[in-house]
Design a protein around this ligand. Structure first.
Ligand code: S3P
Length: 164
């Protein structure tokens, strides 16, 4: 991979990952899409039928697989908070970019999303507590941190391109 994007749900990993990939003319890989394709069912159904632990196993396996590929990888919001993934992300020479957003921005972006099982399961307070609990993990994995609240996706993509 040329870069790996991490951060909480709704921070823009997929939107910005696609823009960076377009500029570099390389594939964009969305880890959640890979998991959905491997399981043959949407993420909310993986959680409902098999539980989160099963989802995390698939996520870990596909992260390792995809890191060996070419392109820009957008991870899921929980990927870089799992200890087994943190070890890999801290060690890799691939630049890891943490897209940050405030609690208010996150809630605005994800509150009506039926496809995100954790958004459905948790109330707003617990969702933000989850975000806080992952903050250290995101920071520990990151080579570059970008605040996304006030900046347009194109400009954020440009900041990443300047860094790479
Ligand atoms: C998750 C975030 C989701 C997806 C799954 C679990 C999380 O990815 O991987 O629903 O634990 O925060 P996005 O950040 O792309 O929504």
């Amino acid at each position: 991979m040329e870069a790996i994007l991490i951060g909480f749900m709704g921070c823009g990993k997929t939107t910005i990952g696609k823009l960076v990939a377009q500029h570099l003319n390389v594939p964009h890989v969305d880890l959640d899409d890979q998991i959905t394709a491997a399981a043959g069912i949407p993420i909310k159904d993986i959680f409902a039928k098999h539980g989160e632990a099963y989802f995390r196993q698939l996520e870990h396996k596909l992260l390792l697989q995809q890191m060996a590929e070419h392109g820009i990888l957008s991870t899921g919001g929980g990927t870089s908070a799992q200890p087994e993934n943190m070890r890999v992300l801290k060690q890799t020479t691939v630049p890891v970019i943490f897209l940050e957003a405030t609690a208010a921005t996150i809630l605005k972006r994800v509150c009506n999303d039926q496809g995100r099982p954790l958004v459905n399961q948790l109330d707003q307070t617990d969702l933000i507590a989850l975000k806080q609990s992952r903050q250290q993990a995101y920071q520990a994995c990151a080579d570059l941190t970008i605040a996304t609240d006030q900046t347009a996706p194109d400009q954020i993509a440009q900041q990443i391109l300047n860094y790479l």
